[in-house]
Design a protein. Structure first.
Length: 588
């Protein structure tokens, strides 16, 4: 407890010193002095931004590791009540400071940053004080802990020995984290507790097998001895936590996962600056669902008029490469995508360097099927970007291998490569390196990030990629329907209009998903309530493009539009519309 109090006091002290530094110049001017010059306001704002992120990373050291600030690598998130209260106090203090900034005296880019910073602070306060996943979701703790270790394992930003020292430090903090978890958790929804228990065995295996394997090259006997002890402690803590969830929490896990309409609306407003009423938002989701359902029927009929859409989708799943040809298939697709983008002037690709296509590392295979692993915006050493693809385990049964490979059918390979690499997330990463704003390097909203990646899946086919192959369009529409179902189920579940079982059926009947996928997607929606951001972001970008095209008239150019969009960074579409259109017109 003594160390906890010291940590809290240090945060408060840093905040106090930050206040003194920021307001010193205004006090020196005196109450009757004229307003500061715009340049001074801008300079003070930049200093305040630096102070805010220094504070933020103290509370979120794993995010600091991800972003390339490695001075926090030995720290672990503090879930104690003292740590939470210190973060809330700091957030409120910085919220007041940012609100006091004269937005009208900032450059346009900084004015947008100010809006986004205020919004993200409000989002974090909402999460801590109203939504309270730290009180409801047991997986918050296991995921945070395992991810904090994974981040150190996954990139060679320092020697293996030095990174193992950081792992030891974070593992030694595990008892404190899980003690806080046991104190915090109460009235957890049953689905949250069941999901946490479902994932814990793989998490324990991750620490037993994958963490030691990742550091097998370390030879320093002292560090290895410390790691052996800390890793045993981590495993023991996870096993005790598993027993706590099974024996103590699950029998009384009768909590409600629903946010309610008010918190749902606030979360959308603060996370993505979306203020559309929920009833209208729901209608937007249904309208897009129905458009894509109709289009799916038309495309399925082009392939074979005798087949239903579900039969056409089932046949598509059989069209996949052999397991040993999966990585080459992705490599071949990436080259073709990049060439198409350049030849058809879709978007500027800021680098000729392709991401490294490789098998997902062993310690990550339980977590993902395919992913882009890009360095943080301030990472200076481990700057390579990897497109990881998880291959089937050769020890699996032939049936399981076939089921796994059906997830990498021809349509999925194309849509995955577009979404993750060209011109999706990897292209976003390449552009983000050009952004001068620290805020836009470190913060992004999902309607921008995932909305863009989802938008590109459709846009690339609309622009002629694949030469009109209906099987590629079928795959794209299947993904679009999945995102439409998320859109609707998220709103309906969290406003009490749809149960978890009803959401699962909705994914099957209206989203054309197979039952295992539908079940997992519905469960995801209980803890990721606003996962409508894929479709919502795509629709916002399509409207922005139409409005921008109307404004530009005959001078409209798709590549210039996409380039200007990328120049804005990951801020909400509301801010991007103001920058590109010069007005505050509705995003939808």
């Amino acid at each position: 407890m003594k160390a906890m109090r010291i940590h809290t006091l240090l945060i408060v002290l840093c905040l106090s010193l930050g206040s003194i530094a920021f307001f010193a110049s205004s006090r020196a001017r005196g109450a009757g002095s004229p307003p500061p010059a715009a340049a001074e306001v801008s300079h003070d704002f930049d200093l305040l931004v630096d102070q805010y992120f220094d504070f933020y990373f103290q509370a979120h050291p794993s995010e600091a590791t991800l972003d390339g600030f490695h001075q926090y690598d030995t720290r672990l998130e503090d879930f104690s009540s003292a740590g939470r209260e210190a973060e809330i106090a700091g957030l409120n203090q910085y919220l007041g400071k940012f609100r006091a900034v004269r937005q009208d005296q900032l450059p346009e880019l900084s004015a947008g940053d100010l809006q986004f910073l205020i919004s993200t602070i409000q989002a974090r306060l909402l999460a801590l004080q109203q939504i309270q996943m730290w009180r409801k979701d047991p997986d918050v703790y296991t995921s945070t802990f395992s991810y904090s270790i994974f981040l150190i394992m996954s990139r060679n930003f320092a020697s293996t020995t030095d990174r193992l020292r950081s792992v030891v430090a974070r593992e030694n903090a595990a008892p404190k984290m899980f003690a806080a978890a046991r104190r915090n958790l109460g009235n957890s929804p049953r689905v949250y507790t069941e999901v946490a228990l479902q994932q814990l065995p793989d998490t324990i295996k991750f620490f037993r097998r994958d963490v030691p394997s990742a550091f097998s090259s370390v030879t320093d006997p002292k560090v290895l001895a410390e790691f052996k002890k800390s890793n045993a402690t981590a495993i023991s803590e996870l096993e005790k936590y598993q027993n706590f969830l099974q024996q103590d929490l699950l029998p009384v896990a009768h909590g409600d996962f629903r946010l309610g309409a008010e918190n749902f609306s606030k979360k959308l407003l603060y996370d993505d600056m979306v203020d559309i009423p929920l009833d209208r938002l729901l209608q937007i989701g249904y309208d897009d669902l129905h458009r894509n359902q109709q289009r799916l029927k038309e495309v399925a009929a082009q392939i074979d008029p005798k087949l239903t859409p579900r039969q056409a989708l089932a046949n598509l799943q059989k069209d996949h490469p052999a397991p040993d040809q999966l990585l080459p298939a992705f490599r071949n697709v990436l080259g073709g995508l990049k060439q198409f983008i350049e030849q058809h002037h879709i978007i500027t690709i800021p680098s000729e360097v392709l991401p490294i296509v490789e098998e997902t590392p062993p310690f990550e295979r339980a977590l993902t099927t395919a992913s882009m692993d890009t360095p943080g915006p301030y990472e200076r050493k481990a700057t390579e970007a990897m497109f990881n693809v998880t291959l089937p385990n050769p020890a699996w049964s032939p049936q399981k291998i076939e089921e796994w490979m059906e997830g990498f059918n021809r349509g999925t390979i194309i849509s995955t490569a577009i979404h993750e690499v060209y011109p999706g997330h990897y292209t976003q990463f390449l552009w983000s390196k050009r952004v001068a704003s620290k805020t836009r390097k470190l913060l992004y909203c999902n309607t921008n990030s995932e909305g863009w990646a989802h938008y590109t899946e459709q846009m690339m086919l609309d622009e002629g990629y694949g030469n009109g192959d209906p099987r590629l369009r079928l795959g794209q529409l299947s993904d679009a329907l999945l995102r439409d179902a998320r859109f609707i189920a998220g709103i309906q579940m969290h406003t009490g209009k749809m149960t978890l079982d009803e959401a699962t059926k909705f994914f099957i009947q209206e989203g054309y998903q197979v039952p295992p996928v539908a079940e997992e997607e519905a469960k995801r929606g209980t803890s990721d309530p606003t996962y409508l951001y894929y479709t919502l972001g795509k629709l916002q970008i399509l409207k922005l493009r139409a409005d921008y095209k109307k404004m530009q008239g005959s001078s409209f150019n798709l590549q210039k539009f996409h380039d200007r969009f990328m120049e804005q960074g990951g801020v909400p579409l509301k801010i991007i519309r103001k920058a590109m259109l010069g007005n505050d017109s509705p995003t939808l």
